[in-house]
Write a protein that binds this ligand. Sequence first.
Ligand SMILES: Cc1cc2nc3c(=O)[nH]c(=O)nc-3n(C[C@H](O)[C@H](O)[C@H](O)COP(=O)(O)O)c2cc1C
Length: 245
Amino acid sequence: MTSFSTDDSIAHASPAALRALIESRRSVRRFTAEPVPDEVVRDCLEMAVLAPSSCNLQPWSFQVIRDPALLKRLVPVCMGQNAAKAPLLIAVLARPDTWREACANILEYWPQEKIPEITRAFYTGKALFQYNQGPLGLLGLFKRQLVRLVGLRKALMRKPNSQAEMRVWAVKSTALAASNLMLAFQSHGYTSCPMEGFDEVRLRKVLDIPRQAIPIMLLAVGRQGERAIYNPRLRFPLEQHVTWL
Ligand SMILES: Cc1cc2nc3c(=O)[nH]c(=O)nc-3n(C[C@H](O)[C@H](O)[C@H](O)COP(=O)(O)O)c2cc1C
């Protein structure tokens, strides 16, 4: 499993090596039939969950779909698109519903013998209030009014204070893990395509997805097939997206 370090030294991948990996990833829509070994999948998932997450609550889960019958059923769920015919699909789920269990997990899996008091206090106190929106989101409603009032006098975090904000909260961290996951497969010589082109209602009929979980993407994975990349890479000029202050 993942090892933990409080070492201040940071291992640097060379920028050139990282750029090469990032540049080599493209959305691949046709795969060979070669299966992706479970060891590779496990290694990539381990790298995926090294992504940062809000308060380290790791609000994500993954369903690894290898069963040929299940894979076949998912093709029409993805409206028959080529990428869905991959030998492996991973349903990447954002989990706005697991924060309470995650608070307990932080304490259970704390990688040192003694849990710092500040950490214990946060995960048994403040965090439980911060993420709890209460039945029908009523506590969230109350918290929204509270932050408006308190926020007049001091800076404070104003979100997530509703079920909708909880969904955004979970999706943010999960998207980072998904990005790691794609790059991890790329580093193993496998290619991928993130897909949001699926019918969520039908997806939920095929996969056993917890009601509150949000399938943010189905990741198609496999060895690159022929005519797999549809277009040359296109990115808008950086100046269009970046403000230097
Ligand atoms: C959230 C998300 C959803 C996507 N959904 C699909 C999809 O359903 N089908 C598909 O072929 N590509 C899908 N893509 C891939 C994008 O079309 C692709 O990333 C984009 O065109 C840039 O190409 P590149 O990934 O090769 O750099 C998706 C990408 C993202 C990030």
